[in-house]
Design a protein around this ligand. Structure first.
Ligand code: URA
Length: 206
């Protein structure tokens, strides 16, 4: 399932990020805020369990989150979406997957992997701002599947149709969440209109 999260605040903030004159500080702040707004939708169907608590006034039977939630940023640009989501999901644990894209073949290569203990039974949310060819997303999904993850969702800021198709074909059961679905990839593997290199813009490199 592909879900494009349309909301005026998301659209406005993404427009600021797309502007080539948007500086590093504003770019990071807008990404953080959009990730927070997306957290509401990507967590909408999280399972709850019944718990008995005491309020200051009386005993009360209520509900709380039932499953562990593991956020998996694909390094390095995925880091830019972590705080916005983690601040809103209190029980979240954070894994890391390090992938880099070969500039010529555009193929992903792994250089780092670290997971919390509970990946197998957790709701796993892989985050990466740009879903371009889908190569990194598919590699990350393969990696968390190898850890036993069964409930996986992919959360990106901007996607290209090519990347969405690649993930849907390789992992049809993974739900994909985007803030915007753009037009296409260019010959260098950049999303058009896109926002350029998300990692460079987040960290001020280049
Ligand atoms: N990665 C980026 O950072 N930007 C793109 O447009 C595509 C991949």
């Amino acid at each position: 399932m592909l879900k494009v999260l349309e909301h005026p605040l998301i659209t406005h903030k993404l427009t600021q990020m797309r502007r080539k004159e948007c500086g590093t500080k504003d770019f990071r702040a807008n990404l953080d805020e959009i990730a927070g707004l997306m957290a509401y939708e990507i967590s909408r169907d999280l399972p709850l369990r019944t718990v008995d608590i005491e309020t200051p006034v009386s005993p009360y039977t209520t509900k709380e989150l039932a499953k562990d939630i593991v956020l998996v940023p694909i390094l390095r640009a995925g880091l830019g979406m972590v705080n916005g989501i983690a601040n809103l999901i209190p029980t979240v644990k954070i894994a890391h997957i390090g992938l880099y894209r070969d500039e010529e073949t555009l193929e992903p290569h792994t250089y780092f992997e670290k997971y919390p203990k509970n990946v197998k039974d957790a709701v796993v949310m892989i985050v990466d701002p740009m879903l371009a060819t889908g190569g990194s997303a598919n590699a990350a999904i393969d990696m968390v599947k190898k850890q036993g993850a069964k409930n996986i969702r992919l959360v990106c800021l901007v996607g290209a149709p090519e990347g969405v198709k690649a993930v849907e074909e390789a992992h049809p059961e993974v739900d994909i969440y985007l803030a915007a679905l753009d037009e296409k990839l260019n010959e260098h593997g950049y999303i058009v209109p896109g926002l350029g290199d998300a990692g460079d813009r987040i960290f001020g490199t280049k």
